[in-house]
Design a protein around this ligand. Structure first.
Ligand code: ZN
Ligand code: ZN
Length: 258
């Protein structure tokens, strides 16, 4: 089973528009070019996407996926949902609705912002068919897609909670998190691979900063950990130089097998 980190940047990406640009990141290092966070999980016959931010078309186009078997949305922030509309072509061949999985709060947000993806109304063109279906899950639910087994956990992300995911009891993806309920944290212990928020050096109200992330990793003891959702303050090589032995900053299109 192949895991690909399609994007590893914070909400504005790196480089960002405007004066922020590359921030403190070295533009000469391709690993500093970071699109918005998303993950592709692929087994022999199943493709699952986690999040669909504004870069999602360009992130997926080179993977030549014939279909998507499910999309899990971790939370409703724009950097995780703005590209949802771009996934409509997966509906076209068989006119089978694309299944979105998320918690009720995020589902309500999506059905307001992207009403046309889920509902036909009096302003819809006559030929139009809504291409997506919302499936509401609860934190700690488990979802199976053929041989891909996903356990969900609750994570704290400032004023909202987000979904963390544990795949086949080997790999966990924990983005947009600043604190964990104990029930969630305990499920993350002793995994093979952990991909987890490491925004920048200084504390942030909604995202773990490096020291906090390193302290979690020290307790969770994954064999390997990668930092994601990096900010323009976080130059790849500078971050790598402060990482413990089994930790490194992720980068776009990093992949590994589980
Ligand atoms: Zn985010
Ligand atoms: Zn967020």
């Amino acid at each position: 089973m192949k895991i690909t980190l399609l994007g590893t940047g914070t909400s504005v990406g790196i480089p960002s528009l405007g004066q922020l640009g590359w921030g403190k990141c070295n533009p000469q290092n391709p690993k500093n070019n970071r699109q918005r966070c998303a993950v592709l999980i692929q087994s022999n016959n199943t493709n699952i996407l986690i999040d669909a931010g504004p870069d999602i078309k360009n992130q997926l186009i080179g993977h030549n996926l014939p279909s998507l078997d499910g999309i899990i949305i971790t939370h409703e922030h724009a950097d995780h949902i703005s590209g949802l509309d771009e996934l409509r072509p997966f509906y076209f061949p068989k006119q089978e609705k694309i299944n979105i999985y998320t918690v009720e709060r995020t589902a309500n947000f999506l059905s307001t912002r992207f009403d046309y993806l889920f509902n036909k109304n009096e302003k819809s063109q006559s030929y139009f068919k809504p291409p997506m279906n919302l499936n509401i899950i609860n934190y700690y639910d488990e979802i199976n897609f053929n041989d891909i087994h996903i356990k969900t956990i609750k994570q704290h992300h400032g004023v909202i909670d987000t979904i963390g995911l544990i795949i086949n009891d080997k790999f966990a993806y924990c983005t947009d998190v600043v604190d964990f309920p104990d029930d969630s944290f305990n499920k993350l212990k002793n995994l093979d691979t952990l991909v987890i928020t490491g925004l920048r050096s200084t504390p942030h109200i909604a995202h773990a900063h490096f020291d906090l992330t390193f302290s979690w990793i020290n307790k969770l003891k994954p064999k390997k950990a990668y930092l994601t959702h990096l900010s323009p303050d976080s130059d790849h090589d500078s971050v790598l130089s402060i990482c413990p032995d089994n930790v490194e900053p992720a980068y776009d299109n990093l992949y590994f097998n589980i």
